[in-house]
Every structure is written in C-alpha cells, then in structure tokens.
Design a protein around this ligand. Structure first.
Ligand code: NAD
Length: 302
C-alpha cells in the first residue's frame, strides 16, 4: 500500500472540490496535511470563510489523521510563506505541495476588467509561484520534494470566454518546465495535472450525463501518486478525469529546413507551409536548438 507516513503536505484550495479530495486521500494515507483555503466564492469575490478548511481538517482528524487549517490566500506572497511556516512549525518539515487553489471568471478578453484579470492571474499563476517559491527552500534543504501544479484543458487547448484563466493555466507548464530544470538532481520532482471534475467550478460547463461520471475523488489518486515516493517522474502533464488518466506531451512536425547561409524568402515559406504544418510524421519536441542542430549537421553547416 502506498503510504505517506512522516510526510507533510500543503494542499492549496482544499476546503472544497478537487483539492478537498487530495487532502482527504493524503490524510487517510498517513500524511500530515495543511488544509489551505480562503473559503471564497467560485469567482474569488466576497470575504471568505474559515469553515471549509476547518471542516476538512475535522474530517481528516475524525478518520484518525493529522491536519491543520490555514486560511491565507495563495495570491499573497506573505500568506504563502505563512502556509509553509505553519507546516514547519507544526511538523518540522515540508515534503509535498499541491498547487490547486483556483477561481473562475468567464468573459471574452475585451470584456474583462483589469481587476478580474489580475484576480485570475493572481490566484492561479502568481499563487502557484508564491507557494512554490516559499516551499522550495525547505524541500531543497531536505533533498526531497513533490510539487504538483494544476493546469486545465483551457490552458492546453483553449475554452471560450476563458482567455485569462487559460493563459494562467498554460503558465503552469512553463513554470513546471523551468523549475523542473532548476531542481534537477535535488530530489524535488514537479508535475502537472489537468483535472476535470464535477465541482461548483464546472457547474453548467459539463453535460449532466458526463458530470455524473466525474466525481472529484476520481482525480485524487493521480495527484496523490505524483506526491508519493513511488513517483520518480518530473515534468509530466497528465489529464485526470472520470477515472481516465493520460499523459499529454508536445510533438513536432518534420518541418522544412532551408540552408541558413542562403536567402530565405516569404515565398519559400508560403510554398513550404504544407511541409511545415504536416503532422503525419511526428517526433517528440525537444526544443528549437536541439531540433535545428542535426539538420545543420546534415547540411554540412556545423
Ligand atoms: P472549487 O471552486 O470547487 O475549489 C477551489 C478552491 O480553491 C475553493 O475551495 C476556493 O475557496 C479555493 N481558493 C480560491 N482562491 C483561493 C486563494 N486565493 N487562496 C486559497 N484558496 C483559494 O474548484 P475545483 O473544481 O475543485 O478546482 C480545483 C482546481 O482545479 C482549480 O485550480 C481549477 O482551476 C482546476 N480545474 C478544475 C476543473 C474542473 O473541471 N473542476 C477543470 C480544470 C481545472
């Protein structure tokens, strides 16, 4: 059985929805959990409530587990630090950070107020940055860490009226890809989940017959696995929804390579567009320079 005895986790936004399931599962498997939640409305507005986080803490304790509540906002850097300090004060270590807190404001980009834009970026992208930045020193010091970011189909693919939310959610990929490299060989592993589940956030966005197969507890085993000792991966993106888990990755076309020592014209690009965009022979995307170098070697330019 996969257990988390002696491990300490922070799960942001775990007073309701998918995050609550992460906290309950980790707590049931012996993990000590900081249940963070501002207890806000789905759009992040209003004054918030201490009740959701307190209720999850009670549930974990009633089942024999250990948990404490934290009501700081992830969008406040000092609040993120207080979350980490609470874990270190209570249990002396921090092993797991699940960046899950989120809000949703839907509108076409041109109709979104600057306040709404800043709120969405502030919770999702800046929130993940603040919490990860606060958590990393303790993890790097102990030589062990599991960090999970939360993306979304909106960030991977797009969704009508969710431009800023989608931008923040695809920001998780850049954040993961780079922090993963900074943490290479440190024992700190970083992965991303793109969940989909029947929660208050997805109400009205998912067809009813699908939604009833999409309990949020079906997402939790994937994220708990990323948070476990068993996970040795870093930099993975996995969709988790309705009991279906699958990896998502970037692939590239063969593309068109011109001699860089000769003129390359707009018309050459126009003529080559079918080859540039032909996705019938895919190869894994390893980066611009790593893709260019073998071509230049073949052309005798290296
Ligand atoms: P939810 O609204 O049920 O839960 C989100 C939780 O985050 C709430 O408890 C809320 O109080 C908390 N929160 C919001 N702002 C916070 C802040 N500043 N600091 C701390 N806590 C805060 O939503 P959910 O569906 O459980 O979503 C969880 C995560 O999964 C979010 O990041 C969301 O964007 C993402 N997601 C959800 C779906 C879905 O289908 N439900 C799809 C894709 C991505």
């Amino acid at each position: 059985m996969i257990r988390f005895d002696e491990r300490v986790a922070i799960v942001t936004g775990s007073g309701t929805g998918i995050g609550r399931e992460y906290a309950l599962l980790l707590g049931a498997r012996g993990c000590k959990v900081v249940v963070n939640d501002i207890g806000g409305a789905v759009d992040g507005q209003g004054s918030g409530s201490a009740r959701p986080a307190a209720a999850v803490v009670e549930e974990i304790r009633a089942a024999g587990g250990q948990a404490i509540a934290n009501h700081d906002s992830v969008s406040d850097p000092a609040g993120a630090q207080r979350m980490v300090d609470a874990a270190l004060r209570e249990w002396g270590r921090l092993d797991i950070l699940i960046n899950n807190a989120g809000i949703l404001r839907e509108a076409p980009l041109q109709a979104m107020s600057l306040d709404a834009i800043e709120a969405v970026i502030g919770v999702h992208l800046m929130g993940a940055i603040h919490c990860t930045r606060a958590a990393l020193p303790a993890m790097l010091k102990s030589g062990y860490g599991r960090i999970v970011f939360t993306s979304s189909a909106s960030g991977l693919l797009g969704h009508v009226d969710q431009s800023v939310y989608g931008a923040a959610k695809s920001g998780m990929l850049g954040l993961m890809n780079c922090v993963k490299l900074d943490c290479k060989d440190t024992g700190v592993l970083i992965n991303t989940v793109a969940p989909s589940a029947d929660t208050r956030m997805s109400k009205g966005l998912i067809k009813e017959e699908l939604a009833r197969n999409m309990s949020p507890h079906l997402v939790a085993p994937m994220v708990a696995w990323f948070a476990s000792d068993q996970c040795t991966q870093s930099g993975e993106v996995v969709n988790a929804c309705g009991g279906y888990f699958f990896k998502v990755a970037l692939f590239k076309s063969q593309g068109a390579q011109f001699d860089p020592q000769e003129p390359v014209t707009l018309e050459m690009v126009d003529e080559a567009w079918p080859r540039i965009s032909d996705m019938s022979e895919l190869e894994p995307y390893r980066g611009t320079l790593a893709s260019l170098e073998p071509n230049l070697r073949k052309l005798g330019r290296l």
